[in-house]
Design a protein around this ligand. Structure first.
Ligand code: ADP
Length: 398
């Protein structure tokens, strides 16, 4: 175990996720989830040594109250004095940040400047940062941006074909997301395959509730499917992904819907949920599809086809394909989705190794294509918290 542990915080507008990690082993010693923040019945759940317990936050139902409760919990387990630094997940660093950075007043102002790009998330991150600064007074704070890895995208990949004054005036462009996961998985893939990442052209599919895909060559991001917001790209749990922007005027005129209603529908009622009419959860969709539910079957078909089509376009962005990588809850566990996607990729020279595909589950990495395939497909578990811990330790000099 290292002398110093890292506290990783991920603050949402009504939630706070925290984890105390050993930066060397990756072990999580203590984790917590605060929910219903800013409501009278806010609470926080701690998990230590496999045991969970809940603490009421009603006397201070906000981010500061949650961080104070976390401090008390750490004290109870003798962990408070062992923390060396705090790492924070930040959704948007816009064009200001292309890598993680040690927090000072200028960085706080920079995160504030990016609020228009993440209006729900960045204000919550600032609350978490301020709470951490006041409660863990002497510890350095490091911020790790979801967008940073994608800042190497070339201009032709991040630019929308709209009047360019909108980019110059409002920053309207593609930024991407899941960058911390891509960085971790790109490194792990190279390690797993025993190659230098500079020699690999990778297409990485991060498939969770939110899903996106990225082209990575020479260790750098060349393109990704999420755009100005996480709505663009793949079919997701509740998000539509790519859609003709004319749906706004079409639904306004024909269904009398407002911009807010259409935005809500595309973000929260579409994707696997909207297609199946059942659930946003891929496991449920798979189970019901197997029983013959037509909506669930359609949801799988649309999800897989969109993904396969995107893999083709990302192979172009990467300049070719050496490794196709699956990660995230669906990518790491669903042999069915992987198998269906590989079924489309014979044209790129990939053939599924069925037994290997079945074996790569529950946190197991593995190659899932046959030896004669022109590129390998691999399953590589992601670990965004550990990546945040690594950056935090490095930038804090631990
Ligand atoms: P988030 O984006 O919330 O972090 P996760 O990466 O945890 O999401 O992925 C959640 C998704 O993974 C859910 O749709 C869930 O159904 C899916 N998933 C988890 N295990 C399996 C499995 N064994 N088979 C199919 N899908 C799975």
């Amino acid at each position: 175990m290292t002398q110093k542990l890292i506290l990783v915080l991920n603050c949402g507008s009504s939630s706070l996720k925290g984890a105390v990690l050993d930066n060397d082993s990756g072990d999580v010693l203590l984790s917590c989830l605060a929910e219903k923040l800013n409501l009278p019945d806010a609470f926080i759940t701690f998990k230590f040594n496999g045991e969970k317990h809940k603490v009421d936050l009603s006397s201070q139902p906000n981010h500061t109250g949650a961080v104070e409760a976390l401090m008390e919990e750490m004290k109870a387990h003798g962990l408070d004095s062992k923390i060396g630094a705090i790492g924070h997940r930040i959704v948007s660093g816009g064009e200001l940040y292309s890598e993680s950075i040690l927090v000072d007043d200028e960085v706080m102002a920079g995160i504030e400047k990016c609020i228009p790009l993440a209006p729900l998330h960045n204000p919550a991150h600032l609350l978490g940062l301020r709470a951490a600064q006041s409660i863990f007074k002497d510890l350095p704070n490091v911020v790790v941006f979801d967008t940073a890895f994608h800042q190497t995208m070339p201009k032709h990949a991040y630019t929308y074909a709209v009047p360019q004054e909108l980019y110059h005036k409002y920053g309207l462009r593609r930024y991407g997301a899941h960058g911390t996961s891509y960085r971790f998985v790109a490194d792990e893939t190279a390690r797993f395959l025993g190659k230098d990442k500079k020699d690999l052209r990778m297409v990485i599919c991060h498939l969770g509730n939110g899903a996106s895909i990225a082209a990575v060559a020479d260790g750098k991001c060349r393109d990704t499917s999420m755009g100005l917001t996480p709505l663009e790209g793949l079919v997701m749990g509740t998000r539509s992904g790519d859609i003709d922007p004319s749906v706004f005027s079409f639904l306004a005129e024909n269904a009398n819907m407002t911009i807010a209603q259409i935005t809500d529908m595309l973000n929260k009622k579409s994707g696997l949920l909207g297609l199946s009419g059942l659930s946003n959860d891929c496991r449920t969709i798979e189970e019901e599809a197997a029983k013959g539910h037509e909506g669930a079957q359609l949801a799988l078909d649309v999800f897989v086809y969109r993904l396969a089509k995107y893999i083709g376009s990302m192979a172009v962005a990467a300049g070719g394909l050496d490794a196709l990588v699956f990660t995230g809850g669906i990518g790491e566990n669903s042999e069915l989705i992987r198998s269906k996607v590989l079924g489309y990729l014979g044209c790129l020279g990939l053939t599924e190794d069925h037994e290997a595909n079945l074996a790569a589950r529950f946190g197991n990495a593995g190659v899932i294509t046959t030896a004669d395939s022109k590129a390998v497909a691999v399953v590589i578990p992601t670990n965004e918290e550990l990546m945040i811990a690594h950056d935090t330790a490095r930038l804090s000099g631990l």
